[in-house]
Design a protein around this ligand. Sequence first.
Ligand SMILES: Cc1ncc(COP(=O)(O)O)c(C=O)c1O
Length: 412
Amino acid sequence: MTQQDPSDGIEHLFADTVRDTMGSAVYGDWRSIHNADAAPLAFGFPYPESFPNEELAAATDSLLSSEPERALQYGGGDHADGLRDLVVDRARDRGIDCAAETVHVTNGATRAIDTVCRTFLEPGDEVVVEAPTFMGALGIFRNHGAAVTGVTVDEEGLDVDALADDLVSRAQCGAAQPKLVYTIPDFQNPTGVTMATDRRERLLDLAERYDFVVLEDDPYGRLRYEGSERPPLKALDVDDRVVRVNTVSKTIAPGVRTGWIVADETTTAQFDRIDAGGEPSFTRGLIDRYCTDGRLDRAVARLCEGYERRRDRMLASLETHMPPSATWSEPSGGFFVWVEFPEGTDAEAMLPDAIDAGVTYLPGTFFYPDDGGRRFARLSFSYASPSAIDDGIESLARTVRDRVSVTGGKNG
Ligand SMILES: Cc1ncc(COP(=O)(O)O)c(C=O)c1O
């Protein structure tokens, strides 16, 4: 037996995947990018007044009185059981043909992504992501020991031609092909862009040809403020290649974090098996009870009004204050605007000055699997009030101008 240094405690017993990733950033570290005096454009949180406190309290009362012996029991009662049917109805509204047997309920989308990784990935497997992408997912892929590479995103979403080129060149040099391609097709985090329908079709053709799973993550799809819906990838999925993840974190509240995965029946049975025993049945019953009588649809309509107002305010403020050499995305929904600062700007290095000036944001580098994104930042319009958004963008523009010594906004 090897002699261990006693000060090492039990660290030497850590799994290799933990040892290999111990020094990496912790998801949630970005919460420290906060200052009480600065406009909070860093957080992708729902705005506090959006929370349905009274309705959730009423649903709690109703659940406890209608199922007093089962609502808090292991497994839960009828409402907890009913959540899968609710997901099926919602999915059908978006053109996805599924059944209760193809729905696996999870403790949120983040956990759902983890379940998908536990089901499909071995350490060393290749995962392709949009570059930039949701940093929470990047962390999960890394924790599973995956080799993560990025494919660019433009105004029409994932650049599927660039993905095709990547797959062809892997085939030509005998390199491993990805097992999983992760995408956020609607109102992507962090860019706010939506994938064009023809790209969605092409992506599914590539999945069939090169034999990979498409992991579709769609937390913002129902938060559309203009334009017409695109079909979810799962709705186009004739070959059962798509595993679709969703959550109520953005449409009800993160505090009742409940999510689900829609996949084929065989895969769903494995999700059920490997996750068995961890479910908070009361929260599931509560979500189902809350969503009855069209309450969720009414809530989503109200949320869209609140977020649209904030988005409009951010876009108008950017137009008024930013120097002409900055550009930004114009999302039709979701929570985020992606800004490209003028040449020579390093968004990470500029952040302390921006906070002093009165605004927080997340530097673009947080969202890349490699070292991309230096000139970019994610601005979230979901959390701050419209007037704080105005103040924040004005402060940001001032900081950028000071940094690059340019004068004058787009409007003078
Ligand atoms: C693309 C994406 N997926 C998943 C999540 C997290 O979902 P949940 O709160 O259900 O874990 C977020 C937001 O935080 C997100 O932007």
